[in-house]
Design a protein around this ligand. Structure first.
Ligand code: AHR
Length: 501
């Protein structure tokens, strides 16, 4: 059996966890909105057409912020189309995803849905085909109480109280050649600065997210971050990162190590932020909004090429396996390890489109494998992260070098007197004996050990078999003196919860 050791000292705080690190994303794409969160006529639909069964699953995930309405979609979105009397809203061609956009769900409906889902909306602005005026008008429409053209228009649309959206994304993936209105770093940085300025003139307490690189392989990363921030540093609060991971080569050891790539990506972006802070002699810190991350490789964008223009086509409907859940677990641990600088993160996406929740039109909704690590982190990963020295055996990987078998992070929730260890055993062959030195705790008890594991790494959940891959309680955690030992099965996601007495 492999052996690894960590030391838990609750005084050694490495970062304060912003709960928005457990955010998610709903884009007007595929069946995320139409057939996902919204399906009037479905037996579970409420008076607004929102699926109650989907809302219940989202509440289980307890996601505090949901990014909307895109994604690539937003770069050609005309927000004015999405408000006002439903019968008068224009149908548009969504040229980005090759779909028909009926505009049945728009800004006000999404705000209503967000309330029902106990979440906050993170609104993304179109800085692809549009600019300052469309952005500031939308802000006034959404956030101003009354007495102006745009706020009174909202009231005339039946929404008396302003939405008071606090977090705004300044465009989406503006470095991407696939984006409508792609920009150079210089063009985008200037625009982000001017839009940011106009937004903050309206309300300086808004939190603004500038677009960082669409992924770590973009040719301009991290120069893009440095150039953009040099131009808009004073106006923005976060730089966004996006990244998707996959196992195209069916090479599990490399796939499981991809969280190391995420770690390096974050470190690079943080360095760019701090380089600009130093350059400007600024006391302000720009943090990271990792507002698109997930496993995405089972489906392809091209899958939809040439299909007729329809509302809510099947797009990007990845069916996740057990091994994908392990990778999502490693990615969550990585985000938590950077809790000092990653303040917002959005699992992309939430329903049907590369999502933890799947639905069938006019049928049931169920949890995909990746649902569980996300739910555990969101429920139990609260408070602060602790700096834990880790001693773990490693395996050699051609791409990532020495990869520790144990991937782990520890959180401490002082308010509830709880410590949680999140751990993945990357070994395919052997269980791992985890020894935790709890020397800083005088009295404690094990609350529970939760394990997610399946004999078949390609196992999935489905409509027919929705509970094929589900967590189960572990029974192999012991405490002797101040040493906790737990057996982590080979290829497993583990949550060990400790109560401080
Ligand atoms: O999440 C799917 C797409 O991936 C988003 O629309 C885009 O921002 C990214 O490239």
């Amino acid at each position: 059996m492999l052996r690894a050791r960590i030391v838990i000292d609750k005084e050694r705080i490495s970062g304060k966890i912003d709960r928005r690190i457990y955010g998610s994303f709903i884009e007007h794409l595929g069946r995320a909105v139409y057939g996902g969160i919204y399906e009037p006529g479905h037996p579970e639909a409420d008076e607004h057409g929102f699926r109650r069964d989907v809302l219940e699953l989202i509440k289980e995930l307890d996601t505090p912020i949901v990014r909307y309405p895109g994604g690539n979609f937003v770069s050609a979105f005309k927000w004015e189309d999405s408000v006002g009397p439903a019968a008068q809203r224009p149908k548009r061609l969504d040229i980005v995803w090759h779909a028909l956009e009926p505009n049945e769900i728009g800004v006000n409906e999404f705000a209503e849905w967000a309330k029902k889902a106990n979440t906050e909306a993170m609104m993304v602005l179109n800085l692809g085909s549009r600019g300052i005026d469309a952005a500031r008008n939308l802000l006034e429409y959404c956030n101003h109480p009354s007495g102006t053209y745009w706020s009174d228009l909202r009231i005339s649309h039946g929404v008396k109280k302003p939405h008071d959206f606090k977090v705004w994304g300044l465009g989406n993936e503006m470095d991407g050649p696939w984006q409508v209105g792609q920009k150079t770093a210089g063009e985008y940085g200037r625009l982000a600065n001017e839009v940011g300025k106009a937004m903050k003139l309206f309300d300086p307490s808004l939190e603004l997210v500038a677009c960082g690189s669409s992924n770590r392989n973009m040719p301009m990363y991290p120069q893009w971050e440095a150039t953009v921030l040099d131009l808009c540093y004073d106006q923005v609060d976060y730089i966004s990162l996006h990244s998707y991971y996959g196992n195209e080569d069916d090479d599990l050891p490399t796939y499981l190590a991809q969280s190391i790539g995420m770690d390096e990506f974050i470190r690079g972006a943080v360095s760019a932020c701090d380089f600009i802070r130093a350059k400007k002699r600024s006391r302000k810190t720009v943090n990271i909004s990792f507002d698109e991350w997930n496993v995405w490789f089972h489906s392809k964008v091209e899958d939809n090429d040439g299909v007729p223009w329809t509302v809510g086509p099947n797009q990007l409907e990845d069916i996740y396996t057990f091994e994908d859940a392990l990778v999502v677990g490693c990615l969550l641990i990585t985000l938590l390890k950077h809790a000092d600088r990653v303040k917002i993160a959005c699992l992309a996406q939430l329903v049907n489109v590369i999502a933890p929740i799947m639905t069938e039109n006019n049928g049931p909704a169920w949890r995909q494998t990746i649902f569980f690590p996300f739910m555990h982190a969101s429920k139990f990963g609260r408070g602060v992260t602790l700096d834990i020295p880790v001693k773990s055996p490693v395996y050699d990987n051609k791409e990532y070098g020495d990869v520790p078998y144990l991937e782990s992070v520890v959180t401490y929730d002082e308010e509830n007197g709880q410590i949680t260890i999140f751990a993945v055993n990357r070994s395919q062959k052997e269980p791992l004996l985890l020894e935790c030195d709890l020397r800083s705790l005088s009295a404690f008890k094990i609350i529970e050990h939760i394990i997610l594991r399946h004999e078949d790494i390609k196992a999935t959940n489905s409509k027919e078999n929705p509970e094929n891959v589900v967590p189960y309680p572990g029974s192999d955690v012991k405490i002797e003196n101040s040493m906790l030992t737990a057996r982590l099965p080979e290829l497993s996601w583990n949550v060990i919860r400790i109560g401080i007495i």
